[in-house]
Design a protein around this ligand. Structure first.
Ligand code: TYM
Length: 332
């Protein structure tokens, strides 16, 4: 059976981008078709300036939202990265296979360091090694597929390179994984800045739809979305990024093709109105289930406890094998 691994980082409230680009597909498709693990990658949340209490809160919230979005702990494994020591254990060994230059070429590293530099801040060493820890997340489980949004493609590519390099040098140990992306909404853009990704840690909050936004807040954000000069509703990523983003969101929510939808609308107003309602409807069941789950924190805790136990059992043999292959003496 195909093994799937994916994760979400608790650095901010989860967004419509996370949902359409990743979470929705995990629940609808991946967990049923594969032996799947979904992880709240809290160690990754420590790579940027953080507030410990907030990371804890967001980790719990992310777990609750993953379950609310339809992940079924009877079918898949949901767990928290820091509960399974195999991740940092393997990450160190992979750091001995990766190069400094490779890390510095990562787009997300360059973007984040540029932003920190502009703020006069310093960059944590863990931000540089972030992609290695991500590779460890994936390789520890022998995942074949990694369902993610477009923005993670380069990280998965690096994971492949590290797996191949390790296997060539030290003997076959890792499965070489591949990224899978949704056909529509693989990169949902910020509604106020449609040339930038809708990211949970970004500053332009009015352009971000959060999964827990009230319906009226969602409507307001979508109705105020920046559109483009010109009146025609056309699908054109370069020339009409604002309208194209709305078409993508609408198509992802309703099922359909964004290019076909462009022919249906004569005005931006009508497109925005339908998009807002479609988003409200997509989020409604998730929000309802989230409310129920918040009333039962012991259930969520139990899921995470069992998930971590299962994940440890799955990861340990491969990580032990990597330790032996690279030359570390087994404990006596
Ligand atoms: P993160 O937490 O930024 O995002 C979680 C998932 O949501 C997708 N996503 C989007 N998709 C479409 N449009 C958007 N605007 C958008 N924003 C986010 C992401 O592509 C991702 O699939 N480095 C990862 C977390 C991670 C991971 C892993 C993922 C750590 N280890 C191992 C897969 C496998 C991240 O920061 O995701």
């Amino acid at each position: 059976m195909t093994r799937v691994f994916s994760g979400v980082k608790p650095t901010g409230h989860l967004t419509l981008g996370n949902y359409l680009g990743a979470m929705r597909r995990w629940a609808a498709v991946d967990q049923h078709q594969a032996d799947a693990l979904f992880c709240i990658v809290d160690l990754h949340a420590l790579t940027v300036d953080h507030d410990p209490a907030r990371v804890r809160r967001l980790s719990r919230q992310a777990a609750t939202l993953l379950l609310a979005s339809g992940l079924d702990p009877e079918v898949c494994t949901v767990f928290v990265q820091s509960h399974v020591d195999e991740h940092p254990r393997l990450s160190y060994v992979l750091e001995c296979v990766a190069t400094d230059g490779e890390m510095r070429r990562m787009i997300q590293y360059k973007e984040k360091t540029a932003r920190e530099g502009a703020r006069g801040g310093s960059v944590r060493l863990s931000l540089l090694t972030y992609p290695v820890l991500m590779a460890a997340d994936i390789l520890a489980y022998g995942a074949d597929e990694v369902p993610v949004g477009d923005d993670q493609a380069q990280h998965v590519e690096l994971t492949r390179d590290l797996a191949v390099r390790f296997n060539q040098r030290y003997g076959h140990t890792f499965v070489v994984p591949r990224a899978t992306h949704p056909k529509v909404a693989a990169r949902v853009m910020n509604l106020q800045e449609p040339t930038a990704k809708m990211g949970k840690s970004e500053d332009v909050g009015s352009g971000i739809v959060y999964l827990l936004d009230e319906p009226d807040v969602v409507r307001k954000k979508v109705m105020r979305a920046v559109t483009d000069s010109g009146r025609e509703v056309a699908y054109d990523r370069e020339g009409r990024p604002g309208v194209t983003n709305l078409l993508e969101i609408l198509a992802a929510c309703e099922g359909g093709n964004p290019e076909d939808l462009s022919g249906v609308y004569e005005s931006y107003g009508a497109l925005k109105k339908d998009t807002a309602e479609a988003v409200v409807e997509v989020l409604r069941p998730v929000q309802e289930r989230h409310k129920e789950l918040c009333a039962d924190p012991a259930y969520v805790e139990g899921v995470l406890r069992n998930g971590a136990e299962r994940a440890r059992e799955m990861a340990r043999p491969r990580v032990d094998a990597a330790y032996r292959a690279i030359g570390l003496l087994p404990p006596v």
